[in-house]
Design a protein around this ligand. Structure first.
Ligand SMILES: [Zn+2]
Length: 468
């Protein structure tokens, strides 16, 4: 046993803790229980009814609110050295903790992270600048860098990203090789799945009708997503590698994933908050801000996403946070093709799932725990250190007021971009306190910690199934 752990348990035996949070509705894997948790040296050492909690240096009353493991946002474009005007480890991680996210998985935008040198640089930048814990994807995978997969996985970066479409389009050969590699060493390959041939063909049919923002969605039909997912599942079946489909948006895409699973293919998927809130007809009203890839779909697709989330066909919820300076959105006001694709989201995942899910009876607390915390922890080899309230786990958690109403404005956003797609919406249910390894990082609207708290989390390569 390490000396830290020994001292942790000695202090627990003496009946004192660094921190106790009491009077909470605890979201445990086994269900909801009323009580609190005690923390020593950043770890949970006791979960008990209030009367059995130890004394502590700091005691916080959760006032009967929900207390759940911190969210793990497994797809967020936070820190690209070529795009620091969009977001940085500091601004992005502040937005994270203000949204109850305690660990995020950064994904490269334009700057390749595919060598040990790039990995080490990213770790030291993150540990210097981030408020939240973090890990990251390697990518974008291509015919040269796939040979680095075993080395990167050994260093704790065991999630790899590739595209079937522009701007980082790779070919099926690379997907075959990457999935073969991950079938050997563990980890997974995540695909942005839209068929480039379909996109090209439908874009050419648009003629000059690019002034209306909705054109962006019409030019990227559902079948582009379906075909790309179908083909990648075929490859996963042949190679045995774990395939993860990024941001599913269509009924057809979900069907492909479910069909793959029925055939025993190791395939998981994720959904983004913007696809759960908005739909295609909102685009002309929202303007170029509502441009992202894959695009907003129909009302029917949105309903299919909610039902897939509830029944377990979608494993996790991720932000795909990729905001930009507002000028890069405004550039598309005459021609939507000129606007940046990507929106804010890391501060909104929990708010959306509380307001549109829990408070509208479209989601249960047991699913919320799985899709936000437990499943991403398992998928990225961080479980049970992260993603669960359990003795010995990191004391990463968020206290949520289920009834708190907020009008969403750009002012409350920590992101560098200064705007939000959700501007003006009233949402019910919000995080009020966030803790990372026992340190309070967010308190009633204020980020309370300086950059440098965040630590890199190496991914394990064992069992990556989410279980549901
Ligand atoms: Zn993305």
């Amino acid at each position: 046993m390490s000396s830290t752990l020994t001292s942790t348990f000695r202090r627990q035996a003496r009946g004192s803790a660094d921190l106790v949070v009491k009077n909470a509705k605890l979201l445990l894997e086994s269900g909801i229980a009323h009580g609190g948790i005690g923390v020593v040296n950043g770890k949970i050492v006791i979960i008990a009814r209030d009367e059995h909690l130890p004394e502590a240096g700091t005691v916080i009353d959760a006032e009967g609110n929900i207390l759940m493991p911190g969210l793990i946002d497994a797809h967020a474009h936070i820190h690209d050295p070529n795009r620091l005007e969009h977001e940085t480890f500091t601004t992005g991680s502040k937005a994270a903790v203000a949204g109850g996210v305690t660990t995020f998985v950064d994904m490269p935008l334009t700057n390749q992270v595919d060598t040990i040198k790039a990995v080490e640089e990213k770790i030291s930048q993150g540990e210097e600048m981030s408020v939240a814990d973090f890990t990251f994807y390697a990518g974008m995978m291509n015919s040269e860098n796939h040979v680095a997969i075993p080395l990167l996985a050994e260093r704790g970066v065991a999630a790899f990203k590739a595209f079937t479409c522009k701007p980082f389009q790779t070919n099926n050969g690379v997907i075959v090789k990457c999935l073969s590699e991950v079938s050997e060493i563990g980890g997974h390959l995540t695909i942005h799945a839209e068929d480039q041939g379909v996109l090209d063909e439908f874009a050419s049919e648009m003629d000059d009708n690019w002034d209306a923002p909705i054109s962006h969605s019409l030019a990227r039909p559902n079948i582009a997503e379906q075909l790309a997912i179908h083909q990648c599942i075929n490859i996963a079946e042949k190679t045995g590698g774990h395939l993860h489909i990024a941001h599913v948006t269509t009924r057809e895409g979900i069907q492909e994933v479910e069909r793959g699973r029925l055939h025993g293919v190791m395939v998981t998927t994720e959904v983004c908050p913007h696809h759960l809130v908005f739909y295609r007809d909102d685009m002309n009203r929202l303007g170029p801000k509502s441009k992202m890839n894959p695009p907003l779909r129909t009302k029917e697709d949105r309903a299919a996403l909610w039902s897939a989330l509830l029944r377990g066909a979608i494993d996790i919820v991720v932000s795909d946070h990729a905001p930009c300076p507002i000028e890069m959105k405004e550039a598309g006001s005459e021609d939507i093709r000129e606007a940046w694709s990507g929106v804010d989201g890391i501060q909104m995942i929990l708010r959306v799932l509380m307001s549109e899910g829990i408070n509208k009876a479209r989601l249960s607390y047991s699913r919320l725990l799985r899709i936000c915390s437990r499943n991403p922890a398992r998928l990225f080899g961080l479980y049970p250190k992260k993603g669960v309230l359990r003795i010995g786990a990191d004391a990463d958690f968020v206290v949520i007021d289920q009834n708190k109403e907020e009008r969403i404005t750009a002012d409350m956003m920590e992101s560098k971009c200064g705007w939000t797609l959700y501007e003006g919406l009233t949402m019910k249910g919000a995080p009020v306190m966030t803790f990372i390894r026992g340190v309070q990082v967010f308190d009633k609207g204020i980020v309370t910690v300086r950059p440098g708290l965040g630590r890199f989390q190496a991914m394990g390569t064992g069992d990556r199934q989410t279980g549901d």
